[in-house]
Design a protein around this ligand. Structure first.
Ligand code: ACO
Length: 335
C-alpha cells in the first residue's frame, strides 16, 4: 500500500511587517536583516486572524485541490508548537472544517520539523492503519512567543499555515520514496521556549511533602535562541539527513527536481544546496516574503510552487525540516 500527495493549500495573516517596520522597534536595519537572513517581510497574527482560522483556510484549499470532501478524511494532523489550546488544536480545526465523520484529529509538536514528521506519520497511518485520506496541516504563530526586544531573534519569525492531503494508493504510485528522522535533546538548549513555573504559594501534601502551585497558572518564556549554534547544527545535520534519505530511495541529488528546505535563513538554504550540489534554479525559496514560519514553511512554499507552476505532477522533491528540540528530518516525495 502506497500513499501520495494529492492537494496542497496555504494561508497567511493579513498584517504584513517589513524590515523597516521592525527597525522602528529594535536597533536593526533592512540591510542587516536582508544580508544576514534573506528575509524582507513577514506576516503576523492580529485582529480577526487566529492560528485555527489559518489552519482551517489552508486545509480547506488543500481539500479543494485534492477534490476530497471533509467528511471523507480519516485523520487530521495539526503540526504546531503554538496551539491555541494547551491540550491541542487539531480537534477544533476538525470541527471548523466540518469533518463530521472523521474519527480522529491530533497535534504533532516538533517546531520547524513538525510538517515532515506529520507527513511521515500520515504515511504510517495509511500504510499500517488502513486510513485512506489524511490532512496534514503545518501551522505556527511564533510571533506570540517572540521577544520583540531581542533583535537577534524577532527579525526571523512570521506566522502562517500550509497543508497537504495524503491519500492511499497502490505501491506503484507511491509518492513517499524515503525518509530520515532525528532528534537530539542535548542540543535543545540552543533553541527553546520553556515553561515558566510562577510559584506563588505552597500547600502541604498529605504525605508531608510541599507542593508549590502557581496561583495564576503557568506560562511559557519567549523564544530563546543561540543563532550561531542553530545555524551550525542546520548546516551540519540537514545535508547528512537528505543524503541518507536519497540513499534509501536509491537516488542522487542530480535526479531530484527540487530542493525544498524549511525556510529559516537563506544562508542556511544556500549552504545546504551547495553541500548537496543543487543548482540555485532547482531550490525553492519564499522566505523573503514570510520569514521563518516554523511548521508552516514547507507546505507554504510547496503550495506557492505548485500553484505557480514550478512543481509539476511527477516531479521529485527533497524536503527537510529542522529546528527546536533539536529535531530534524527529511523526506523524498513525488508530487
Ligand atoms: N540587526 C542588527 N544587528 C544585529 C541584529 C539585528 N537584527 N542581530 C544581531 N545583530 C548584531 C549582533 O549584536 C552582533 O554584533 P556584535 O558583532 O557587535 O556583537 C552582530 O550583529 C553579529 O551577530 P551574530 O549573531 O553573530 O549574527 P549571525 O551572522 O550569526 O546572524 C542569525 C544571526 C541571523 C540569527 C543567524 O545566526 C541565524 O539565522 N541562525 C539560525 C537561526 C534559526 O534559523 N533559528 C530558527 C530555527 S527553526 C525553529 O525551530 C524555530
Amino acid at each position: 500500500r502506497g500513499c501520495k500527495l494529492v492537494g496542497c493549500g496555504s494561508a497567511v495573516p493579513a498584517l504584513s511587517v517589513s524590515n523597516d517596520d521592525l527597525a522602528k522597534i529594535v536597533d536593526t536595519s533592512d540591510e542587516w536583516i536582508s544580508v544576514r537572513t534573506g528575509i524582507h517581510n513577514r506576516r503576523v497574527l492580529s485582529g480577526r486572524d487566529s492560528l485555527t482560522s489559518l489552519a482551517v483556510e489552508a486545509g480547506r484549499k488543500a481539500l479543494e485541490m485534492a477534490d476530497v470532501d471533509p467528511d471523507d478524511l480519516d485523520l487530521v494532523l495539526l503540526c504546531t508548537s503554538t496551539p491555541e489550546d494547551l491540550f491541542g488544536g487539531a480537534p477544533q480545526v476538525q470541527r471548523v472544517l466540518g469533518c463530521r465523520k472523521t474519527p480522529l484529529a491530533y497535534d504533532i509538536t516538533a517546531a520547524c520539523s513538525g510538517f515532515v514528521l506529520g507527513l511521515i506519520s500520515a504515511a504510517c497511518h495509511i500504510r499500517g492503519g488502513g486510513f485512506h485520506n489524511v490532512l496534514v496541516i503545518g501551522a505556527d504563530g511564533l510571533s506570540r512567543f517572540v521577544d520583540w526586544t531581542d533583535r537577534g531573534s524577532c527579525i526571523l519569525f512570521g506566522d502562517a499555515a500550509g497543508a497537504v492531503v495524503v491519500q492511499a494508493c497502490n505501491s506503484e504510485e507511491d509518492g513517499l520514496l524515503s525518509f530520515d528522522l532525528h532528534s537530539d535533546g542535548e542540543g535543545g538548549r540552543h533553541l527553546n521556549a520553556v515553561m515558566k513555573e510562577n510559584k506563588t504559594d505552597d500547600m502541604l501534601g498529605s504525605n508531608g511533602s510541599v507542593f508549590d502551585f502557581p496561583s495564576q497558572g503557568s506560562s511559557y518564556s519567549c523564544i530563546q535562541m543561540n543563532g550561531k549554534e542553530v545555524f551550525r547544527f542546520a548546516v551540519r545535520c540537514v545535508p547528512q539527513s537528505i543524503e541518507s534519505a536519497l540513499e534509501k530511495a536509491g537516488l542522487t541529488a542530480s535526479s531530484i527536481d527540487w530542493l525544498l528546505l524549511h525556510q529559516a535563513n537563506q544562508r542556511i538554504i544556500d549552504a545546504v544546496a551547495t553541500r548537496l550540489e543543487f543548482p540555485q534554479e532547482r531550490v525553492i525559496s519564499n522566505l523573503a516574503n514570510y520569514g521563518n514560519t516554523s511548521a508552516a514553511s514547507i507546505p507554504l512554499a510547496l503550495d506557492e510552487a505548485v500553484r505557480g507552476g514550478k512543481v509539476k505532477p511527477g516531479h521529485t522533491i527533497a524536503t527537510a525540516g529542522f529546528g527546536a528540540g533539536l529535531t530534524w528530518g527529511s523526506a523524498i516525495v513525488r508530487w
